[in-house]
Design a protein around this ligand. Sequence first.
Ligand code: PLP
Length: 370
Amino acid sequence: MHPLPYFQFRDFPAGLEAQVQQALFAAVAGKQYVLGPQVQAFEQDFAAYLGAGAAVGVGNGYDALVIALRALSVGAGDEVVLPVHTFIATVNAVLQVGAKPVLAEPDKNTYNLTAETAAKHITSKTKAILAVHLYGQVCQMEVLQQLVQSKSIKLLEDAAQAHGATYKNKPAGSFGDAAAFSFYPTKNLGALGDAGAVVTSDANAEAFARKYRNYGESQKYTSEQIGINSRLDELQAAVLRVKLQHLNNMNTERQRLAQLYLQQLQHTGDLILPETAPDCKHVYHIFNIRTKYRSQLQEYLQQQGISTAIHYPVPVHLQPAYTFLGYKAGDFPVAEELASTSLSLPLFPGLTEAEQQRVVEKVKAFFERY
Ligand SMILES: Cc1ncc(COP(=O)(O)O)c(C=O)c1O
């Protein structure tokens, strides 16, 4: 029996790999390797896909968060409310700009930040709410938008896991004052290396991001503002342009696979399966299940040649490097419960029916013993 990886790049839809290779060859032949036509075209394509004002290609998702925060003038002395159940990059970005991350519990059913929990942490120093669309599901944005409006603060989206996910038919990345995307290879829209984008409809924020990613230059050797080098790579942009055309297709495949898991794993042991909230189209970047036998299940599946992952085993407030934030065990019971019970099953475009059936059978076999 072949080992089944948690994630693997497959040629899905068929022919995608050849299209990507062709685009790469063409970009190499184009001989413009930094901020050239591919980056420009991808920025236009991605903004059009989202129906958002503008996309600014940057080096990775972390930089996209940092640049978006700076573009919204978040800095020293400011507080940013964000979910405690997220990838560490979200918190790091807030620290990087000198602001204080203020952690909030996720919703116990959707695992996302809610307006209700965010509101509890708003103080006179709060500059922004940073909503993370975790696992491929958009947060309930209407209430978050109302909350930021009533408090005159900014709304930033971390859409690194939610390319093409929608809420009320509008895509992730089109709700906030700005949004950050990662195109890390395994993301729903992934490059062949690091890449990211800031998305915004705010012309000032866009202008800031365009300059900031390129040493603050408005034109060659004229730095209007301080900046860094975080340019989206021209070859990665060429890859992303091809893959963007297939994003909806790949997301539909993820949804089909998720539905199969949802049908076949219902009423299995103590499993809690992912829920889709009202008005949301989930794109299943991660198919997360929960069980109090998480470690045993993971070990059993591994013995059967099936790899899984945990998103995330240690919540942010209990990470050794972040004790200085002053939190302790017990501060976020929902997040702590998620960290100890969550397991992510293999789900990626190109996963075969036989492979998925194997996962289902082995999960069921495990629960015959528990
Ligand atoms: C929620 C979230 N935010 C930010 C990032 C950072 O993106 P990158 O790895 O491209 O820096 C990631 C993914 O890696 C992520 O999952």
